[in-house]
Ligand binder design. Structure first.
Ligand code: GUN
Length: 301
């Protein structure tokens, strides 16, 4: 069994980006600039956005965090998106999800300029992904692909089972892994809440990607011996014994599944780290697109 070390690989990606930023600045260009809009004060969203901003600083990107109150009107939020869309000194814009219930997430996602949509959530970018065109690939699937690539994990001809069909993770992941690319060329099964006898599918997976949001749902008897296990889940469970008052748990019961797997991502320190690295990479691509009028490059063909 080998741990897929998201911290190590994301540090590698970030170091490469830092060198590229240094070269850019040495040529007299401004560094890439990421803006994030955070609505309200959900604890997990606060943590994610803080990590994104901190990572920008570490590698020399500029960043702007716009905080809006939980009761902000949709119009006010859309006005902020429009302001950032029009700001030529900002390359990438993310609106942290989830948004409060009174705000239409789809409307906000569509309002972000597709050329600044470094989350890859805009319908134009998701459409391009489906068609295999160069685009911003949403950060979690892009990060997982990068991790598979850097560990040299063979995917061609393998059966990949993706559990969870969200627009952000499960659906794009299933598309990327089924493509004629490397990583890719998998035979993909996409499972979801209506799948009957889920374990019969997960047990047949050479590569198992779990993005359910149900802590420690995947047990050892649901996994094939030697499988590659990618755990996308990040759930905060109350834990009075921890100084933070909570601990982070994945969708996979790590202690019992790890001994059966060939490769496995830990939580924390796995996919989450790669998501941030991929977001930074997308922001670099967004900047390159503005500088040279090139289209953003996709992670895969
Ligand atoms: N909420 C959970 N994951 C993400 C993400 O990757 N991007 C944004 N904007 N919000 C999220």
């Amino acid at each position: 069994m080998m741990i897929l070390d998201g911290k190590r690989i994301s540090d590698e990606v970030k170091a490469e980006l830092a060198v590229a930023v240094r070269d850019m600045v040495a040529r007299g260009e401004r560094p890439p600039h990421l803006a994030a809009i955070l609505v309200g004060n959900d604890g997990a969203s606060e943590t994610y956005v803080a990590s994104k901003v901190k990572s920008c600083k570490e590698i020399g990107f500029a960043s702007t965090l716009v905080r809006l109150p939980a009761d902000v009107s949709e119009d006010r939020l859309l006005a902020e998106v429009a302001r950032i869309n029009a700001d030529e000194t900002i390359d990438g814009l993310i609106v942290q999800l989830p948004l409060p219930k009174h705000i239409n997430e789809e409307r906000v996602t569509e309002a972000v300029l597709s050329s600044k949509d470094v989350d890859g959530f805009h319908p134009v970018n998701l459409g391009k992904l489906v068609l295999g065109m160069p685009t911003f690939v949403s950060a979690t699937p892009a990060g997982i692909m990068e991790m598979l690539k850097r560990y040299g994990i063979e995917t061609s001809g393998k059966h990949c089972v993706v559990v969870g069909r969200s627009n952000i993770v499960g659906t794009p992941m299933s598309i990327l892994l089924s493509r004629n690319s490397n990583p890719g060329n998998c035979t993909v099964t996409l499972c979801h809440s209506r799948t009957k006898d889920l374990a019969s599918f997960t047990r047949s997976a050479d590569i198992l990607v779990v993005a359910l949001g149900r802590p420690e749902f995947i047990k050892a008897d649901m996994v094939k011996e030697g499988a590659v296990v990618i755990d996308v889940g990040i759930t905060r469970l109350e834990d009075p014994s921890s100084t933070k008052g909570y601990r982070i748990v994945g969708d996979v019961a790590f202690d019992e599944v790890a001994p059966k797997s060939s490769f496995i991502t830990p939580v924390p320190g796995g996919v989450g780290r790669m998501t941030i690295a991929a977001l930074l990479n997308n922001t670099m691509l967004a900047k390159a697109q503005f500088s040279s009028n090139q289209k953003p490059q996709c992670h895969v063909n």
